[in-house]
Design a protein around this ligand. Structure first.
Ligand code: F6R
Length: 621
């Protein structure tokens, strides 16, 4: 949450910052702001701050034509935590003496205590944010820092100040007395650094750096970075030399562009065949056995796993639900799936023989990171399923299995979800192979079926016209219900989540068998119900559940298997997907539901890529 960008180098910083913010806006869009260190010759340097509530475009329009000079600066897009989303609370925040400016992603949990202390010492505040406390504190410490030690006093003041902060944060500072210097620090919130041709940059995620470099250094907890045009120095909080985690990103800047699609979400839905193909790439050896080079846990350890616990949030949680069916069926290991924010605050009984799988597209979701840390602390082995190389989760887990979806920019997750399911099913087959729960030819057959998925997703995408037509009716509904059984259940939940988050329609997903225990009371004449009714061992049960809601006036859209003509007798509309192994159906059935949500949101005139109140990458609790 909150996009942050910083630049110091030979070019005018404003353009670089605004372009960077455009790539990071998906992290928050309550307000946007920049600060430039205006150090034109012949006058003392000044901080020029411009910030506006609303989308980045409001700021862009505001600064157009203004004389904003400076080759060092910071930019911010906000997802509000403390203080309303107005101009005053927008970042950057400047210290009362006008010397220091800060941008911040995260929460300072002890800000109230620090604020009282600063107020008692005569400091005044202009915003309702936790962030302003930090900049006042750094400004208060600056003079003392300037009198002790070598190098940047700003960096020394930041080191002292950060030792007093509690919470999760990434922060970047500039000071008008040190033009050409940016100081950054992070604790439990992401911050990546990059350097190219006499320019140094920082950002809250790699998307902000892609236009400049793919060689990235992720700052680790409680590390401080000093950026100048000449390079980047990293220290710990005591000033001792340190280094972050260096890696190369294989994403291309074009991957983070719209490429002719009307929205990122639509582009990402259509990228799923390629993303799934990439995720499957190179997972087998010449004998057709699964090899997972990025899974650095000894096979012996995995062979003796007696329970798998999956933790994740939101859409990633739904992929975890799908994985439960696959791991239990293929590898014969019991699986629990839990929402990360719940798991982290209970006392789960874990042991070294348990495997904890933490799923997170971004690899930065605060609750999932905390759940993974909680599990590791209790001796469990943690495998991360993530899309972002170098992310916190990838670094902190014992092993990583990467999805290779490429950057996902739309707030609503689509291609990350399908690739997560693929990666998790590969993991399920791998565990089955290690434990000899499946014969080698069975593993090979399942893999061959998975390799057919990209072409089949391509076929499913052809239903877009049909979904766009149906969307016109769904958009007029008061509520939409989704139900399914077995692997259809996570897809029902995901279909409802997708629809509610981008269309703001009231949508809920249910286990089909639960309808008659309460939710069926919601059904009234013409109420739309989406039923996951593909071929499989629970199809006949789903048909009965469809009849129960139809008898009460529901209009049913069934997602069914090609060739199932009988389903037409039970439903008002049918969308067909190709016939695949039951455990692979979610990878196809979710696609029409993604398209339905997209077209309902369009029909209702919603902001598809940046739905209200949400942000990509949830780095706060
Ligand atoms: C919904 C969506 C969210 C995320 C959730 C977890 O479309 O995108 O529900 O799935 O915030 O995010 P990650 O996977 O980055 O941990």
């Amino acid at each position: 949450m909150c996009g942050i960008i910083g630049y110091t180098g030979p070019d005018p910083a404003l353009r670089v910052l605004l372009d960077g913010l455009a790539t990071l806006e998906y992290r928050g869009y309550d307000s946007a702001g920049v600060v430039l260190v205006d150090d034109r010759p012949g006058a003392p340097a000044e901080l020029a701050v411009r910030k506006r509530a609303g989308k980045l475009q409001v700021l862009v329009d505001d600064v157009a034509g203004q004389d904003l000079t400076g080759s060092t600066g910071l930019g911010h897009t906000r997802w509000a935590t403390h203080g309303d989303p107005n101009d005053r609370n927008a970042h950057p925040h400047v210290s009362g003496d006008g010397n220091v400016a800060v941008i911040h992603n995260g929460i300072i949990e002890n800000y109230a205590d620090l604020k009282s202390e600063l107020l008692a010492n005569g400091y005044t505040f202009r915003s309702d944010t936790d962030t302003e406390v930090v900049v006042q504190l750094v400004a208060a410490l600056y003079d003392r820092a300037a009198q002790s030690g070598e190098g940047s006093p700003l960096a020394r003041a930041v080191r002292i100040a950060v030792k007093r902060l509690e919470g999760a944060f990434s922060l970047a500072f500039v000071d008008r007395r040190e033009p050409g210097v940016i100081v950054a620090v992070r604790r439990e919130a992401p911050m990546v650094l990059g350097h190219r041709d006499g320019a140094s940059l920082l950002a809250s995620d790699v998307a902000g750096l892609l236009a400049h470099t793919r060689d990235v250094e992720a700052l680790l907890n409680d590390q401080v970075a000093i950026l100048t045009a000449d390079g980047i120095t990293v220290t710990d909080l005591d000033g001792a030399p340190a280094s972050g985690h260096r890696f190369t990103v294989d994403w291309d800047v074009a991957d983070a562009e719209m490429q002719g699609f009307a929205h990122f979400m639509l582009k990402e839905i259509h990228e799923q065949p390629r993303a799934v193909r990439e995720t499957l790439l190179g997972r087998t050896d010449d004998d057709g056995r699964i090899v997972l080079d990025d899974l650095r846990v000894p096979s012996e350890e995995l062979r003796h796993v007696d329970k798998v616990v999956i933790v994740a949030c939101g859409t990633s949680f739904h992929s975890g639900m799908v994985a439960k069916y696959a791991i239990e069926h293929w590898a014969h290991i019991p699986v629990e799936v839990e929402i990360a924010s719940e798991f982290r605050y209970r006392d789960p009984i874990l042991s070294p023989h348990m495997l904890v799988v933490a799923i997170s597209q971004s690899g930065e979701t605060a609750d999932t990171l905390a759940a993974a840390a909680h599990a590791r602390a209790q001796g469990a082995t943690v495998v991360a399923i993530t899309n972002v190389v170098g992310s916190s989760l990838a670094r902190e887990a014992d092993a990583v299995l990467y999805t290779r979806a490429g950057p996902e920019i739309a707030v609503a997750s689509t291609k990350a979800f399908t690739t997560q399911m693929v990666a998790l099913e590969i993991l399920a087959l791998y565990l089955a192979q290690l434990r000899r729960a499946l014969f080698p030819d069975e593993v090979a057959d399942h893999l061959a079926r998975m390799h057919a998925l990209p072409a089949l997703i391509e076929e499913v995408l052809d239903c877009e016209r049909q979904m766009a037509d149906l969307a016109q009716t769904v958009a007029r509904a008061r509520y939409v219900m989704f139900f399914g059984r077995h692997v259809g259940l996570p897809i029902a939940l995901e279909g409802a989540l997708k629809l509610k988050e981008i269309s703001y329609l009231h949508a809920e997903g249910f286990p089909a068998g639960e309808m008659k225990h309460g939710p069926i009371a919601l059904i009234d004449e013409g109420g739309p119900v989406v039923a996951l009714a593909t071929r499989g061992h629970v199809r006949s049960k789903i048909i009965s559940n469809i009849e129960q809601v139809k008898g009460r006036g529901a209009v049913v859209l069934a997602i069914a298997t090609e060739g199932d003509t009988e389903i037409k007798e039970h439903s008002d509309h049918v969308v067909y997907v190709p016939d695949v192994h039951e455990l692979l159906t979610p990878i196809l059935t979710v696609v029409p539901l993604q398209l339905l949500s997209y077209h309902v949101a369009i029909a209702l005139g919603r902001d598809v890529d940046q739905p209200r109140n949400l942000a990509k990458t949830v780095t706060v609790e």
